[in-house]
Design a protein around this ligand. Structure first.
Ligand SMILES: NC(=O)c1ccc[n+]([C@@H]2O[C@H](COP(=O)([O-])OP(=O)(O)OC[C@H]3O[C@@H](n4cnc5c(N)ncnc54)[C@H](OP(=O)(O)O)[C@@H]3O)[C@@H](O)[C@H]2O)c1
Length: 244
């Protein structure tokens, strides 16, 4: 059997995050999964493998919650996390520049940009647990080079993912300058059939929606394959490099 690895999935209550937990446990690895309110779906997935699973609380839109989470993580005694997936995100649809409120825009930025970056920062600042790779769940909506002009109602969401992309690239460079070996990645999971994608859009999805199972199967390969030479890069679930 392949060596047992430790994964941390931030935002694992449902959708893509929960599917990561399911597949990682099925492969025999250890998982630390976080949720805002750990509840029945996540508890049901980890129940039969409780010896390889730890559930912690983390709301990425709250600095205090992120700090409490990293303290709890250290207390678990884990010494190395091979792969971190910062998956938590929101899409409050529609979010158009001509309509959205200050708070509506700010919520997207807090949850999709500031929270994920501060979560990674707190993980990297503590010295008790070594971190191998941090993969941030971005989106093709956050690409500036391949701007999706037809995505009506995705302004705050797209901007929050574009800002996440730019910040994580800085994180990768800052870590390089410090000589640290943590690999930083951005991922586009595909157009995945989850609660987030359960909205009435006016355009056809190129290639249709995929299942969370297919998306996560692909992303697990992508994350494990990327070494430090590829830090600060952006990949699809199909292992195609995506333009920033
Ligand atoms: N589905 C797609 O087609 C698609 C495409 C591109 C990118 N993405 C990205 O993929 C990620 C997962 O999306 P999904 O499709 O699985 O969406 P989802 O089914 O709506 O799940 C979102 C997850 O994020 C968690 N979350 C939201 N706000 C949070 C917060 N403040 N703190 C901690 N956790 C929080 C949710 O927890 P609660 O249960 O507590 O709300 C839930 O576990 C997101 O970052 C999304 O932007 C998705």
């Amino acid at each position: 059997m392949a060596e047992t690895k430790t994964w941390l999935i931030v935002g694992a209550s449902r959708g893509i995050g929960l599917e990561f937990v399911r597949q990682i446990l099925a492969h025999g690895h250890r998982v630390i999964a976080t949720a805002r309110k750990p509840g029945s779906a996540l508890e049901a997935v980890v129940r039969d493998t409780a010896e390889r699973a730890t559930v912690l609380e983390c709301d990425v839109s709250s600095g205090e919650s992120i700090t409490r989470f990293t303290e709890q993580l250290v207390k678990t005694g884990v010494k190395k996390i091979d792969y971190v997936v910062i998956n938590a995100g929101i899409l409050e649809y529609p979010n158009r520049t001509l309509e959205m409120s200050f708070d509506h825009f700010a919520r997207h930025l807090h949850t999709n940009t500031v929270g994920p970056i501060i979560t990674a920062q707190k993980l990297l600042q503590q010295t008790e647990v070594a971190i191998g790779t941090i993969a941030f769940m971005s989106s093709d909506s956050g690409s500036t080079q391949r701007f999706l002009s037809f995505e009506d109602g995705f302004a705050a969401y797209g901007a929050s993912k574009a800002a996440l992309n730019q910040a994580l690239r800085h994180m990768a460079e800052e870590l390089k300058r410090k000589g640290r070996g943590t690999v930083i990645l951005a991922l586009h999971p595909g157009e995945v059939a989850t609660d987030m994608a359960n909205i009435e859009i006016t355009w056809e999805i190129d290639g249709g929606q995929i299942s969370a199972e297919e998306s996560v199967r692909g992303m697990l390969e992508v994350i494990q394959e990327k070494t430090i030479e590829r830090t600060g890069t952006f990949w699809t679930w199909e292992n195609v490099e995506y333009p920033w």
